[in-house]
Design a protein around this ligand. Structure first.
Ligand SMILES: NC(=O)c1ccc[n+]([C@@H]2O[C@H](COP(=O)([O-])OP(=O)(O)OC[C@H]3O[C@@H](n4cnc5c(N)ncnc54)[C@H](OP(=O)(O)O)[C@@H]3O)[C@@H](O)[C@H]2O)c1
Length: 329
């Protein structure tokens, strides 16, 4: 089978196309013939070596890139009894989706309803389940809650804006361009504006009568985090869930005190997807909303295994709006 692997960490030049044997599923795994793989910033972080020493996401070389996909079951491990060969399925947080086949632990895999195209299932697992736990479990969004979503035209951002608005929260959004801000407004943001070198914090203060928002969702990191503290109300919550702009390595806890006794958390999806029941519950919520049309995912583009480098570069150069996919089968 075809696979995109890395043997060393670096830029998109380290991606290698290989012919590999089709994996043999272990007793608790299923073999999936992939139709689509998602392309995520996590793939870029993996390629760059950010998980080389991670406890949450242990990863070794060589690795087949890609952590989410959708397709059909080709083979079942001997202990798997809740799937059948031919079932339409999707999964996330298991490396190896930039390939024709992936062997995945069955507990991570969900059935895809007939009414949902596999491409939307692939596009919605990683970002959808992330937006789900961030909105429900971390931010606890609901009526009367105000929040700020950074990078709101990205894959996670678009979903977080929609889910937050549907839960009744007031959602403010930031983006790097006016065109991207319009995407956030179209998804339900009450107001969307540019980062403006950190002046978004002043805009948020002005929009909230000087108070600041209850929750800030920050996937950017170094360029925004300190201004995210400024945008948060006294005793509010800053959710630093990513670092597309670089890690913050010099934050002194006293800064949280000075900013108003803030709470700062660095959550990870893996800790909010610890068993099959939780994976299925979150995926069912997202899939049902997609089928009902109450949630939309903008597909940024569909590339092939021959052209993954371009998809990575587009993400890194901020040209991507929504979710990029690799069409495999
Ligand atoms: N903690 C978790 O559970 C969890 C789960 C999933 C992903 N993540 C993390 O969240 C982050 C977002 O990843 P994603 O795959 O989900 O992408 P994404 O949501 O599609 O976000 C990409 C967006 O990031 C924004 N961005 C800001 N600064 C950027 C920079 N310096 N370079 C490139 N883009 C920049 C861009 O929007 P603008 O141009 O508008 O700024 C771009 O549209 C990653 O760090 C990822 O690892 C965390």
């Amino acid at each position: 089978m075809r696979a995109i692997q890395i043997d060393r960490y670096g830029g998109s030049e380290v991606l290698i196309r290989r012919e590999l044997p089709i994996p043999c599923p272990g007793a608790d795994e299923v073999l999936i013939r992939l139709a689509y793989s998602g392309v995520n910033f996590m793939d870029i972080h993996t390629r760059e070596g950010k998980y080389a020493r991670s406890r949450t996401y242990p990863q070794t070389l060589p690795t087949t890139l890609g952590i989410e996909g959708a397709g059909t079951i080709e083979l079942l491990g001997s202990k798997v009894d809740d799937f059948r060969v031919g079932d339409r399925v999707a999964y996330c947080l298991s490396w190896g989706s930039y390939a024709d086949y992936a062997a995945v632990a069955a507990w991570r895999v969900v059935h895809v309803p007939d009414a949902l195209p596999l491409e939307l299932a692939a596009a919605s697992m990683f970002h959808g389940l992330t937006a789900h736990y961030l909105a429900h479990d971390v931010g606890k969004l609901g009526p009367g809650v105000t929040c700020l979503v950074h990078s709101a035209s990205g894959g996670i951002g678009q979903l977080l804006v929609q889910i937050g608005a549907q839960l009744g929260a007031t959602v403010y959004a930031t983006t790097s361009t006016e065109a991207k801000a319009q995407v956030a407004r179209n998804r339900g943001a009450t107001a969307a504006f540019l980062y403006d070198h950190g002046r978004f914090a002043d805009t948020v203060r002005a929009l909230t009568g000087g108070r600041g928002v209850d929750v800030v969702f920050d996937p950017v990191g170094r360029p925004t985090l300190r201004d995210s503290l400024r945008a948060t109300r006294t005793k509010g919550l800053v959710v630093s869930f990513g670092s597309v702009g670089g890690n913050v390595t010099d934050l002194n806890p006293i800064e949280l005190g000075e900013a108003g006794s803030l709470f700062l958390t660095r959550p990870r999806l893996a800790d909010h997807l610890t068993d099959a029941k939780t994976v299925r519950r979150r995926a069912a919520d997202i899939f049902e909303a997609l089928i009902a049309g109450t949630l939309s995912i903008g597909i940024a583009g569909r590339t092939t295994l021959d052209n993954v480098e371009q998809a990575h570069q587009d993400l890194e150069h901020r040209k991507t709006v929504g979710k990029p996919l690799i069409r495999i089968a």
